[in-house]
Ligand binder design. Structure first.
Ligand code: AMP
Length: 136
């Protein structure tokens, strides 16, 4: 099912587009965490990292580097966060894959993890083994 981002790709609704090529579009987030907060989306629709082809993902990251450098040069931000929410539980609201590039100005203003977990005895090894087996 198409999302609001498809309407931006098709120019049915406005967006402040800052970069475009054959594969992706980059535009300012309408509700920026910091001014200059940019979203990078592929023109071909997919939901998130789980159904997007590797070449498209790689290209999104190449463009993220371009945007990140542009943000530091044009907006004076010394740092950026690049993140992607994949799935409802991860905070994804728009189900058309997108990378966030967010300017950061102050140490300590980035995302705060309220509480870290710790592994019980043997649990870290077990977790690593499960993951290694799954991706082997
Ligand atoms: P996420 O929570 O990772 O799915 O992020 C979706 C992002 O899309 C949010 O940061 C929204 O502010 C942004 N957004 C939603 N609609 C628009 C729009 N029409 N133009 C620009 N950004 C949008």
């Amino acid at each position: 099912m198409s999302t609001i981002f498809k309407k931006i790709i098709d120019r049915e609704i406005p967006a402040s587009i800052v970069y475009e090529d054959d594969v992706v579009l980059a535009f300012l987030d309408i509700y920026p965490i910091r001014k200059g907060h940019t979203l990078i989306i592929p023109k071909k629709e997919s939901v998130n990292i789980f159904d997007t082809d590797a070449d498209t993902l790689a290209h999104m990251m190449i463009v993220a580097q371009k945007i990140a450098v542009g943000i530091t040069q044009s907006l004076g931000a010394p740092a950026v966060n690049i993140h992607m929410n994949n799935g409802t539980e991860a905070g994804q609201d728009v189900f058309h894959i997108h990378l966030h590039v967010i300017p950061r100005y102050e140490r300590g203003e980035a995302f705060v993890v309220p509480k870290h977990e710790s592994y019980d005895e043997g649990e870290e090894r077990e977790c690593a083994e499960k993951l290694k087996t799954a991706i082997a």
